[in-house]
Design a protein. Structure first.
Length: 184
């Protein structure tokens, strides 16, 4: 999913009134899509083409209004106002599902919102493995105590790691309907 980030545009100095620029997305060196942006006083105009899974290309051109907030130590911070009628949410990033809009209007989920308990347990175990300097992946077995780490800390982290590994493996056995007597 394509996204545009106003923080990058501001950092690059592209939000000066009456300026035009182009944003390009590519994959493997091949340009996949691009968007022309025309900056006005209080909004930007987005010009681009898009299509839905094999349909004809559709041209889009519409304004996205900007809002500016003052920062505590001086300066101003820009925000997009979601262009979907009735929304007008102030956001830093707009996502494209045909029309560039906020996360809620385009129903974009965070990765953590798509994880189940098994995925969370695996992630927590891998985070502990990283802290202990062990090889990534819960099936790689436990490693040695890192030099300079207190034994009590190591034992606590190892116990947490083993708990999360067991939670993850239990989730996998339930997901794939492996009979519990399979493990002896």
């Amino acid at each position: 999913m394509l996204q545009i980030d106003i923080r990058l545009w501001h950092r690059e100095g592209w939000l000066t009134a009456h300026q035009n620029f182009r944003v390009t997305w590519s994959r493997g060196g091949e340009v996949r899509n691009n968007i022309e942006v025309h900056v006005k006083d209080n909004h930007v105009i987005l010009n681009y083409k898009h299509r839905q899974s094999g349909d004809e290309w559709k041209k889009e051109s519409y304004p996205v209004y900007l809002d500016w907030t003052h920062c505590n130590y001086g300066g101003k911070r820009p925000w997009f106002l979601c262009p979907v009628q009735g929304c007008r949410r102030r956001v830093a990033i707009l996502y494209s599902a045909g029309i560039f809009a906020c996360r809620q209007c385009n129903q974009v989920l965070y990765t953590s919102q798509m994880e189940n308990e098994m995925d969370r347990a695996t992630g927590r175990a891998d985070k502990i493995r990283d802290r202990l300097g062990w090889e990534p992946g819960i099936l790689n077995g436990n490693g040695l105590k890192p030099r300079g780490m207190h034994w009590r800390t190591f034992e606590r982290l190892s116990a947490e790691h083993d708990f999360y590994v067991n939670q993850s493996l239990l989730g996998a056995t339930l997901k794939f309907k492996v009979p519990m007597d399979y493990f002896g």
